[in-house]
Write a protein that binds this ligand. Structure first.
Ligand SMILES: *[C@@H]1O[C@H](CO)[C@@H](O)[C@H](O)[C@H]1NC(C)=O
Length: 243
């Protein structure tokens, strides 16, 4: 585990009973790419929700927003504070961001994919399939449909990648189509966690739970028929006086 650097600055909060005064400093690192070319270090100095001073590494100096802030920004820009703040882009920001990449952002988690059939839309006669991918990271993913190995683009509806709120994402894609006998429908998933695209073929036979229901129903029917037959034979023999 890499060690994160802590941004150190004076911190002061004064409370008088329930009505208090609150001073805080908020350091931020903003970056969007791994080369950290656009990394930006921001330090905000806030008193009672009012941002008085902000250091922005792209601007390269403190800027004050209130009377007190403007005065102090002027002082800090001439003092040792500025050099320290300028060093935070490398020492605090880029250092930690690199750790964020190696410990979190570079990691990948494979999607769990489910292929299922949907009831035809009301009034429609098209068959509908749903391909859902769950719990993958990072966000970019491609879910496509294939008919006998060729990509199908029409009659496909997809959601965006939906954030679960726990760093994982899910996505759903629906295909509407007129079934033809002997054809193969597949859902293809491409994601950075996978070394090659994963292809999931649709199995049009009934799922096992449905097959079990049919088997149980058929057994009941056979059992009922045997009992009815036995009863009939018994009745016939009894009425003909054999028994
Ligand atoms: C920092 O300054 C740059 C250049 O003026 C600006 O584009 C950026 O939005 C500023 N960032 C913040 C958080 O204020």
């Amino acid at each position: 585990m890499a060690k994160l650097n802590i941004y150190l600055i004076g911190f002061l909060s004064i409370f008088y009973g329930t009505n208090g005064y609150y001073f805080m400093t908020v350091p931020q690192c903003r970056f969007t790419s791994k080369d950290l070319k656009d990394a930006e270090f921001i330090a905000s100095f806030v008193f009672n929700k009012d941002e008085m001073i902000r250091f922005n590494s792209t601007v390269g100096k403190y800027v004050g927003y209130t009377e007190l802030g403007v005065k102090n920004a002027e002082l800090w820009n001439k003092g040792p504070e500025l050099a320290q703040e300028l060093g935070n882009l490398e020492g605090y920001c880029k250092n930690n961001a690199a750790n964020d990449y190696s410990n979190v952002l570079d990691k990948t988690v494979q999607p769990e994919v489910r292929l299922s059939s949907l009831a035809p839309s009301s009034g429609g006669h098209l068959a509908r399939l749903m391909c859902s991918a769950y719990n993958f990271f990072p966000k970019p993913i491609r879910v496509t449909w294939q008919r006998d190995g060729k990509e199908v683009k029409s009659d496909v509806i997809s959601t965006e990648e939906l954030a679960d709120g726990d760093w994982y994402y899910q996505i759903h894609s629906q295909l509407a189509y007129t079934p033809k006998s002997g054809e193969k429908i597949s859902c293809m998933v491409e994601h950075s966690s996978l070394t090659k695209p994963m292809v999931y073929d649709w199995d049009p036979s009934l799922p096992e739970s449905e097959r079990n229901k049919i088997a149980i129903g058929a057994s009941g029917l056979v059992l009922g028929a045997i009992l009815a037959l036995a009863g009939l034979i018994y009745y016939k023999k009894k009425s003909s006086g054999v028994l």
